[in-house]
Ligand binder design. Structure first.
Ligand code: IPD
Length: 310
């Protein structure tokens, strides 16, 4: 039998809207947040409730499929076997690995910290990866009612209030010549000590410093708090570069498809790393298309050491 990526896409859109209603109707209180590894790594009851709803819906709809490769463009062969894998942020166990099977990758709320504080840079992120390659991405910011979606090989789209909720193709603007004209997103993440923290802090300093003092003097740095929305922002052109180390698969899967189908590119965050893999957890999203290496090389020149996220 086969799986139709367009149909998966359409179903994920339905689920995303259902999740969006749960997110916008919740009233989280800062004192109710649960901590994961530390006080900057948080989870709310809404994260858990959304992940549960999404997982049940996906497993009901796609009870059992398995696939090892991605023939183009939309129709994939599948063998009906055991339960559809779903990797979700709130049910992930250390050591869980992505397999080559079609796997739904879910972040019920990306931007949990923003959600908790009433800041609207929040989304639900639903992706499908096959052979560990992201192939479908659906990202909804339920507060701004902006929907981004993408299907590998077919394109990516935005639906928002500004365009009367008419679905429009996403296309990254022309690449910029150098970093000094870029608006750059970075994230601190939740690890706040040790080598990686020092490398990040020094990298951010170099990006902002004047050229005379050895920096890149970017137009500005932003730390907005949702990895997936950062990827969408690069895809739509209102951020030029996004660099982060330590993202998990659910932070990047859906946005990766959307970015690349819009003509942007995901590369590794460290020097010479053109092919990021989900396991490496080091990412840079650039507006530049294939062959536009200037901004990437310049950025790598600012990376102040080796980030060791495994
Ligand atoms: C986090 C956000 C944040 C990024 C972290 C993610 P969460 O996801 O995307 O911007 O810096 O790496 O873990 O916890 O809000 O789902």
């Amino acid at each position: 039998s086969t799986i139709n990526l367009q149909e998966v896409h359409d179903f994920l859109v339905t689920i995303a809207h259902r999740a969006g209603e749960m997110i916008t109707s919740a009233k989280p209180r800062q004192t109710d947040a649960g901590q994961k590894k530390n006080s900057a790594d948080i989870v709310t009851e809404t994260d858990q409730a959304v992940e549960k709803m999404v997982t049940i819906a996906l497993q009901e709809k796609y009870p059992d499929f398995e696939c090892a490769s991605i023939p183009p463009p939309l129709i994939l062969p599948i063998a009906l076997t055991n339960q559809t894998p779903v990797m979700g942020e709130e049910t992930y166990q250390p050591g869980d690995k992505l397999s080559d099977k079609p796997t739904f990758i879910v972040d019920p709320i990306d931007g949990t910290t923003n959600f908790l504080h009433g800041h609207p840079y929040v989304c639900v992120s639903l992706g499908l990866a096959i052979a560990r390659t992201p192939v479908v991405g659906v990202i909804l910011n339920p507060f701004t009612r902006t929907l981004y979606t993408g299907i590998k090989g077919s394109g990516s789209w935005i639906t928002d209030a500004e365009h009367d909720h008419v679905r429009l193709p996403l296309r990254v603007p022309e690449p910029l010549p150098d970093l000094s004209t870029c608006l750059v997103a970075v994230e601190w993440g939740s690890d706040r000590e040790g080598n990686d923290y020092e490398v990040k802090a020094e990298t951010f300093r170099k990006l902002c410093a004047s050229k005379e003092s050895g920096g890149a003097m970017v137009h500005g740095l932003r730390s907005l708090g949702s990895a997936e929305l950062n990827l969408c922002a690069v895809a739509r052109g209102d951020l030029d570069v996004y660099w982060e180390n330590g993202c998990y698969a659910w932070d990047v899967c859906a946005g990766w498809v959307i970015l690349e189908e819009a003509g942007g590119r995901m590369v590794g965050s460290m020097k010479g790393d053109w092919e990021p893999m989900v396991e490496q957890r080091r990412y840079m999203a650039v507006r530049a298309g294939e062959g536009q290496t200037g901004v990437v090389e310049e950025f790598w020149g600012c990376v102040a050491g080796r980030v060791e996220v495994g």
